[in-house]
Write a protein that binds this ligand. Structure first.
Ligand code: FPP
Length: 244
């Protein structure tokens, strides 16, 4: 999990909102699809850099529950990019000991996409370097709702006593159950909002917002965000640690 670029105090879990593909393309007089295509290149650079830096988990918002409201042609293009990415990159990621995980609602998804996710997850299940978590058809409120439904079902079956429902129990029923919470969340593209991403998990996450559009992102941006994170004083609601 550490490489030549490994730096001290790196966050265990980095989550990214990869925003600004469309604006990047429009600014250059190109179709939005060109921005998404370059976005995949930025994604590849970022995965490589994260693995080198010794980041344990990298969670990328690739398609939100709300993205289905985009024009059909753009949705088709994004799905095709994702399909191509999985087809062409999984073998290399597997060789690099990267574990692929997918979060989000799989109910109602095209069976071919589901099968593709399941294959990538099964192939890389035992890998121990970076965990690459792809958030697809993901929305945090929907995820929390599914977790509540799951817990309610267990209560109805007598498997859980309502008095035993703690934040940890709820966290374990989320798609991210078992993963550490994000230490650092990066959003590119200048907007400063969460857009239904990891709402529960980001209770104590440090946020870094960058004006750069996602297609421009790379190792240097990640390094800068991690540097900013390392300057932060994380107190988790408590007081600063005494150093006397
Ligand atoms: C935001 O840019 C980006 C997305 C909605 C999708 C992110 C997708 C990729 C980086 C490529 C495909 C992903 C994979 C996993 C292969 P935007 O379109 O909202 O940009 P805008 O805010 O400038 O319009």
């Amino acid at each position: 999990m550490s490489g030549p670029g490994c730096i001290e105090g790196v966050p265990r879990h980095v989550a990214i909102i990869m925003d600004g593909n469309g604006r990047w393309a429009t600014q250059r007089g190109q179709p939005r699809s060109a921005g998404h295509r370059q976005g995949v290149e930025a994604l590849r650079r970022t995965v490589r850099a994260a693995a080198e830096m010794g980041i344990g988990v990298l969670t990328l918002y690739s398609f939100s529950s709300e993205n289905w409201s985009r024009p059909q042609s753009e949705i088709r293009f994004l799905l095709e990019l994702l399909r191509r990415f999985i087809r062409t990159d999984v073998a290399e990621l597997h060789r690099a000991n990267v574990r692929i995980m997918v979060i989000g609602d799989r109910e109602g998804l095209d069976p071919a996409i589901r099968a593709m996710f399941e294959e990538a997850e099964a192939l890389t299940r035992e890998n121990t370097a970076l965990k690459l978590v792809i958030a697809f058809n993901y929305g945090s409120r929907q995820e929390i709702t599914r977790a509540v439904q799951l817990i309610a079902r267990k209560v109805a079956e007598g498997k859980i006593d309502p008095a035993d429902i703690t934040p940890a129990v709820i966290g374990n029923h989320l798609d991210t159950g078992g993963l550490p919470e994000p230490d650092l969340l990066i959003r590119t593209g200048g907007e400063q909002r969460l857009s239904n991403y990891l709402l529960w998990q980001c209770a104590y996450t440090e946020f870094v917002f960058m004006p750069d559009y996602w297609p421009e992102f790379g190792a240097e941006h990640l390094r800068r965000a991690v540097e900013a994170y390392r300057m932060r004083d994380r107190r988790f609601g408590g007081l600063k640690a005494q150093t006397a």
